[in-house]
Write a protein that binds this ligand. Structure first.
Ligand SMILES: Cc1cc2nc3c(=O)[nH]c(=O)nc-3n(C[C@H](O)[C@H](O)[C@H](O)COP(=O)(O)OP(=O)(O)OC[C@H]3O[C@@H](n4cnc5c(N)ncnc54)[C@H](O)[C@@H]3O)c2cc1C
Length: 301
């Protein structure tokens, strides 16, 4: 199976990239790592006559901490850049660990955080933990820049609010008092498996009281979703295992999974119950930790 012919541009700056996209219209697509785009082009899932590569835009590769703003991750940062970032390792190990359990090392070397988000695949691993941590997205187009909460970016499987001539430039994880955060990917194998479900949580504690909680679920709805009913059960209450179980039950009820080759509706709902509880407990007791990959095998499920 061969790649169809296409024209290729590598603009030197964002302005040039946006005007190229505007000029070329729907026959052009942004190319970042190409781990999704190239596969889809090869299989004829999408047809695309022109690729506009971001490879010259080196400012989009950086991961920096900005005082008063938070951690700013360039959309071209690869999964292994997230794994190896000293800033993320220190502040949000949960993000580095989520990236560490994605795909294979080869894919992690070239697949990017921007591509993972723009793809808008419900089972993608990075959106849940970024949503739980309140991340925002910066989008640049010919009319300028706009910033939106990541959880408002997705509109359906493979769909988002991104305009054809816009580019995702940065993901910002704002400064926050969060005590801990965590992402658990539940897959059918230890490596190279897509998530059957993914659960991320970020919790702020005041002594034994849960002051704030954010739960984000992947692979159980058309878009990555907040489990707001589960969050409401937790906020203002004393942390107990029973309370976390109640939150898990609520999350399993408010998600809307489908049955597919990786799991049935009932199985996914029950796994949401189990892993919401585990993710919350890890966020409360282990900080921004990396308790991440669970498999059917390791859980005797
Ligand atoms: C073998 C294999 C295993 C995988 N395993 C996993 C996994 O475990 N978990 C997981 O979540 N994903 C997985 N993926 C999916 C994929 O690797 C990721 O989604 C990756 O992050 C995509 O990034 P990319 O840079 O390669 O995107 P590309 O393929 O370059 O682009 C993907 C889409 O995003 C658009 N795009 C990319 N960057 C931007 C930008 N900055 N602005 C605007 N549009 C942009 C492109 O136009 C295209 O539509 C896997 C893929 C493969 C092939």
């Amino acid at each position: 199976m061969y790649l169809p012919d296409f024209d290729y541009y590598a603009p030197q700056n964002l302005e040039e990239a946006c005007s190229l996209l505007t000029h070329l219209g729907s026959k052009a697509k942004v190319l970042s790592g190409g781990t999704d785009l190239m596969v889809k082009m090869k299989h004829g899932v999408i047809s695309c006559e022109v690729l506009v590569s971001l490879k010259e835009l080196n400012e989009l590769k950086e991961i920096n901490y900005h005082q008063g703003k938070g951690v700013v991750v360039g959309a071209r940062a690869t999964h292994n850049d997230l794994v190896n970032s000293i800033i993320l390792n220190e502040k949000y190990l949960s993000i580095s660990e989520a990236a560490h359990h994605m795909a294979s090392n080869q894919i992690r070397n070239i697949g990017t955080v921007g591509g993972n988000i723009v793809n808008a695949v419900p089972s993608a691993d990075l959106p849940p933990i970024l949503i739980a941590l309140g991340a925002t997205l910066t989008l640049v187009g010919p009319e300028g820049e706009r910033t939106i909460p990541l959880e408002e970016f997705f509109t359906g499987p493979g769909r988002s609010v991104l305009a054809q001539n816009e580019i995702v430039t940065f993901i910002t994880i704002p400064n926050q008092p969060t005590t801990g955060s965590n992402y658990i990917k539940f897959g059918l194998r230890r490596s190279g498996a897509l998530a059957v479900i993914g659960v991320a949580s970020a919790v702020t504690m005041e002594g034994n009281i849960i002051k704030d909680a954010r739960i984000a679920l992947g692979a159980v709805a058309p878009v990555p979703m907040r489990a707001k009913e589960a969050e409401a059960i937790l906020i203002g209450k004393e942390y107990t295992d029973d309370l976390l179980e109640q939150a898990g039950v609520a999350a399993s009820k408010e998600c809307s999974p489908i049955s597919d080759i990786r799991g049935s509706v009932e199985y996914r709902r029950d796994m949401v119950r189990v892993f919401t509880k585990r993710s919350l407990k890890a966020a409360i007791t282990k900080g921004h930790s990396g308790e991440h990959l669970e498999t059917a095998h390791s859980n005797n499920i």
